[in-house]
Design a protein around this ligand. Structure first.
Ligand code: ATP
Length: 367
C-alpha cells in the first residue's frame, strides 16, 4: 500500500531523513517510533506532500505520488490535539475537505451521514468541539481525515498531548476504529508503550535512519542493535569477552568474574569484547526446574531494593560495576518466598536463549 524507496531529506546541512526504505501492507497499523527530532514528522510531511524529498520515491496504492500536490495525494492527516475547528459543528468540521473539493452538498450529506454512523457520532452532528469528550473528538478527527476516502491515514502523535489515563482508552478506540474501517494507518510516536500496544508492525527511526522493522515482539525479543534493545524497554547490560564459540553456544567470561552461556546468534572469535543484554523479566531468583544446561546461574549481592506495589525491583551486583536489576512480582505470593535484604547473597537464573549478544564496538556507553 505504501512503498518508500531510498528517501532522503536535508534541511541545510542537517540530514533529517537518510536512505529510508519501507513497505506497509494494506490494512496494517504501522507505527514509526523514535525519539524527539529523529525525523518522524518530516517523513509524514513528505508522504502528505508538504515537503519534497531530496532523493527517493513514494508510491501509495501503486501510484507514484511525488508529482501530486497535497490535495491530490491519497492520504488523510491527523495531528496532535486533532486540530478541530472550534467554531464549526461536528458536521461542518467533517465537511471541510469535501467542500474544498467542491463535492455537491447532497453528496457530502450522504457521505457524512454514513461516516457519523460508523463512528457512532450521529447524535453529535450539530455539536461544537468544545463539548466533545476526548474519544468523540478523536472520532471526529478520524471522520474528517477519511471522508475523502484516503488510502492511508497519517497520524502524527495524536495522543501525546493527553493525560495518561485518557490516552490508554483512546488507544483502544483508535484500534477498534481502524479495524472497523480497514484503513491503513501510519502512526508516529516517541512513546514506546503506545507503539507496542497499537502496532501490527513497527519501525524504529533514529537520527533519520530506519534501524529495524518488525512486529512489536520481534523488535522487543530480537533487537538487531543495542539502540533498539534499549529503546524498547529496560535491559540489563553485562560486559565481557568471548571465551569460546561452538556450534550452538557462545561462552562469555564476564569482566571480573563468572562465565555465562548464550545461544549463539553469530560466530564470534575468542577474545571479542561483547555486551550481553538480558531483559530484567527474563531473570529470576527462582531455582526450581532450572538445573540444566540451558540455564545460567550466577552469584550476586543485593545492593538496593525498590518496592513498586505490584513488584519489587532488586538491584544486584555480580562483580564490581556489573549490575543487574531483577524483578520479583507480587502475584502468586512470590514475595513471601523470594524476599531479600540489602547485602544478602543470591543466585540469579536466566536462560541461555535470553541473552542477546552485541559486539562492544556497537554498544554506546551508558549515560
Ligand atoms: P518530535 O517528536 O519532536 O516532533 P520528530 O521526530 O517529528 O520530532 P521532525 O519534526 O521531523 O522530528 O524534525 C527532525 C529535525 O529536522 C529536527 O532537528 C528539526 O529541527 C528539523 N526540521 C524539521 N523541519 C524543518 C524545517 N522546515 N527547516 C529546518 N529544519 C527542520
Amino acid at each position: 500500500m505504501v512503498h518508500l524507496k531510498a528517501l532522503s531529506k536535508s534541511f541545510g546541512a542537517k540530514n533529517v531523513i537518510q536512505d529510508v526504505s519501507l513497505e506497509i501492507e494494506a490494512g496494517e497499523r504501522f507505527i514509526l517510533l523514535g525519539p524527539s527530532g529523529c525525523g518522524k514528522t518530516t517523513l509524514l510531511r513528505m508522504l502528505a506532500g508538504f515537503e519534497r524529498p531530496d532523493q527517493g520515491t513514494i508510491f501509495i496504492g501503486g501510484e507514484d505520488v511525488l508529482s501530486l500536490p497535497v490535495e491530490r495525494r491519497p492520504v488523510g492527516f491527523i495531528f496532535q490535539n486533532y486540530a478541530l475547528f472550534p467554531h464549526m459543528t461536528v458536521y461542518d468540521n467533517i465537511a471541510v475537505g469535501p467542500r474544498i473539493r467542491q463535492t455537491p452538498e447532497p453528496e457530502i450529506a450522504r457521505q457524512i451521514g454514513d461516516l457519523l454512523e460508523i463512528t457512532h457520532l450521529t447524535g453529535l452532528k450539530h455539536a461544537y468541539p468544545g463539548r466533545l469528550s476526548g474519544g468523540e473528538s478523536q472520532r471526529v478527527a478520524i471522520a474528517r481525515a477519511i471522508v475523502n476516502r484516503p488510502k492511508v491515514l497519517l497520524l502524527d502523535e495524536p495522543l501525546s498531548a493527553l493525560d495518561a489515563g485518557l490516552r490508554q482508552g483512546l488507544r483502544e478506540e483508535l484500534k477498534e476504529m481502524q479495524e472497523t474501517l480497514g484503513i491503513t494507518f501510519l502512526f508516529v510516536t516517541h512513546d514506546q508503550e503506545e507503539a507496542m500496544s497499537l502496532a501490527t508492525k513497527m519501525g524504529i527511526l533514529e537520527g533519520g535512519r530506519l534501524l529495524q522493522i518488525g512486529t512489536p515482539s520481534e523488535l522487543y525479543n530480537h533487537p538487531k542493535s543495542p539502540y533498539v534493545a534499549g529503546f524498547l524497554g529496560a535491559v540489563n547490560r553485562l560486559s565481557g569477552k568471548v571465551l569460546r564459540q561452538d556450534e550452538n553456544r557462545t561462552v562469555v567470561v564476564l569482566d571480573g568474574g563468572p562465565e555465562i552461556k548464550c545461544t549463539a546468534q553469530s560466530k564470534r572469535p575468542p577474545g571479542q569484547a561483547v555486551s550481553c543484554f538480558i531483559r530484567p523479566e527474563k531473570m529470576t531468583f527462582r531455582a526450581d526446574g532450572k538445573n540444566h544446561s540451558n540455564w545460567n546461574v550466577i552469584n550476586a549481592i543485593i545492593v538496593e531494593k525498590t518496592f513498586l506495589g505490584n513488584q519489587t525491583l532488586y538491584k544486584t551486583e555480580i562483580t564490581q560495576g556489573q549490575i543487574c536489576t531483577v524483578p520479583v512480582k507480587h502475584d502468586s505470593h512470590e514475595e513471601d518466598t523470594l524476599s531479600f535484604k540489602t547485602g544478602e547473597r543470591v543466585k540469579i537464573f536466566f536462560a541461555t536463549q535470553d541473552v542477546i549478544l552485541f559486539d562492544q564496538s556497537d554498544t554506546p556507553k551508558r549515560t
